[in-house]
Design a protein around this ligand. Structure first.
Ligand SMILES: [Zn+2]
Length: 434
């Protein structure tokens, strides 16, 4: 039994996780993560490790276990994943999204990319450590959270607020949306995530004088709101480079021989192929109107009207963006934040970064590694509140033609089985050597 290598069981575990539907609709109506958490905890206790399953609300379960390291003075590393997935519309898929089918060398299903692939890699590696009795140098805390796809309120956020002792001694973390390869200028390049944009979901409410739709109205809430929304939506946010995006673009220039021109960013971005869409939004702030609501009858001017704006902010620019949105909204429009989360940016340097690069090079000699910014967010935002520095590192060596980044939350999510085995080997090396 002890000679089961991570790559021997990572594919099966990924398939079985996909087969447990953990759709997160964001309103508590989904199946929850309890079943997946029990499956995960079962795999951990089977190899003799203590494991804890805890719920933030009925059915919303997360899993944590700690593998003790040899050096009690070394800080702990958190290796985490999330158990939930975004919903899938069966009729749009060419396979059953919860079938976990292995077809033509690929594992298909919701979560194959985001992020039951990495969950399986983590589980296969920790099971190998337990079976062989090996000890990492430092404590490794393995966590599998609920609710990442709805901001982590019932998962990582809850754990940080209510169970911070689970992460005692930890200073760094690795998780999703980074470490995968893209082919840039013909060179396989791994994108290591060292920054995340912040988010601020704003609600705008405009007020005016209610009245009959046949009268002259100079104080119409719908008119006021519509004008505010149009100004915010059409605002031309300038391109601004952070240390991470500067390093990323410099690296891409070097690989392709194409210079970055802030007046024409697409010139360099198109060298990135399918990854261009993924990183394009990390060069500027965005403020997208996403919902309008107001009124109840064709001939009644309502007293108020409401809009929602999805703001995504570059590292350190949360306050700046809010001020500009307030200015654009103008007088008579109230602005409140419905949900917000911090931006993150850490240096592409240090022992952990070096160890991640070394682990990749050991399995893919000569590969290029670049830091990049994620336009969305991960549970690393929650962990950052405990002073923990997070990276996106779910290593996958991918075929050049696969539009991997386009499959996050997409239809027909799939990941090559060989990529998963590669990732398990890289992760195993990283945890063994760091
Ligand atoms: Zn995810």
């Amino acid at each position: 039994m002890s000679d089961v290598r991570p790559e021997d069981e990572v594919v099966r575990i990924c398939q079985e996780l996909i087969q447990i539907d953990t759709s997160n609709f964001g309103d508590g109506s989904g199946p929850g993560e309890r079943k997946a958490a029990e499956y995960t905890a079962g795999l951990i206790s089977e190899v003799g490790l203590d494991v804890e399953v805890f719920e933030s609300a009925p059915g919303r379960a997360s899993v944590v276990t700690r593998l003790e390291g040899e050096d009690p003075s070394a800080s702990a590393l958190i290796v985490h994943g999330h158990l939930d997935v975004v919903p899938a519309l069966k009729e749009q898929w060419s396979v059953d999204p919860f079938g976990g089918e292995l077809k033509d060398g690929l594992i298909w299903g919701r979560g194959a990319v985001d992020m039951k692939d990495m969950d399986a890699m983590i589980l296969s590696v920790l099971r190998n450590f337990a079976r062989t009795g090996r000890k990492p140098r430092r404590d490794i805390i393995f966590a599998f959270f609920a609710d990442e796809e709805a901001g982590g309120t019932f998962g990582a956020r809850y754990a940080v607020d209510h169970r911070p002792e689970l992460f005692d001694g930890a200073t760094e973390a690795i998780s999703e949306v980074g470490g995968f390869s893209a082919t840039i200028g013909g060179q396989r390049t791994y994108l290591l995530q060292t920054a995340e944009k912040g988010l601020n979901w704003l609600r705008l409410v405009a007020h005016g004088r209610a009245g009959h739709g046949s009268q002259i109205s100079t104080d119409n809430a719908v008119t006021r709101l519509a004008a505010a929304v149009a100004r915010i939506g059409a605002y031309d946010w300038p391109i601004e480079l952070t240390p991470t995006t500067r390093q990323f673009l410099d690296g891409v220039s070097e690989l392709t021989g194409v210079e970055f021109d802030p007046e024409d960013p697409d010139k360099l971005l198109k060298e990135l192929g399918t990854v261009a869409r993924f990183v394009g939004a990390t060069l500027q702030n965005t403020t997208n109107p996403t919902l309008l609501r107001g009124g109840y009858k064709h001939n009644v001017i309502p007293e108020s009207a409401e809009a929602l704006i999805d703001c995504r902010t570059l590292p350190g620019q949360e306050q700046h963006v809010l001020e500009i949105v307030k200015e654009l909204a103008g007088a008579g429009v109230e602005i409140s934040s419905v949900h917000n989360d911090v931006s993150l940016e850490v240096p592409f340097a240090g022992n952990l970064v070096d160890s991640m690069i070394d682990a990749l090079h050991a399995e893919d000699p000569g590969a290029k590694v670049l830091p990049y910014t994620l336009s969305g967010g991960t549970d690393n935002k929650s962990l950052s509140r405990l002073g923990i520095t997070g990276y996106g590192f779910a290593p996958l060596m991918l075929p050049a033609e696969l539009d991997f980044t386009g499959m996050f939350h997409g239809v027909d999510e799939r990941v090559p089985a060989d990529s998963l085995k590669f990732g398990a080997r890289v992760l195993n090396r990283l945890i063994s050597n760091y």
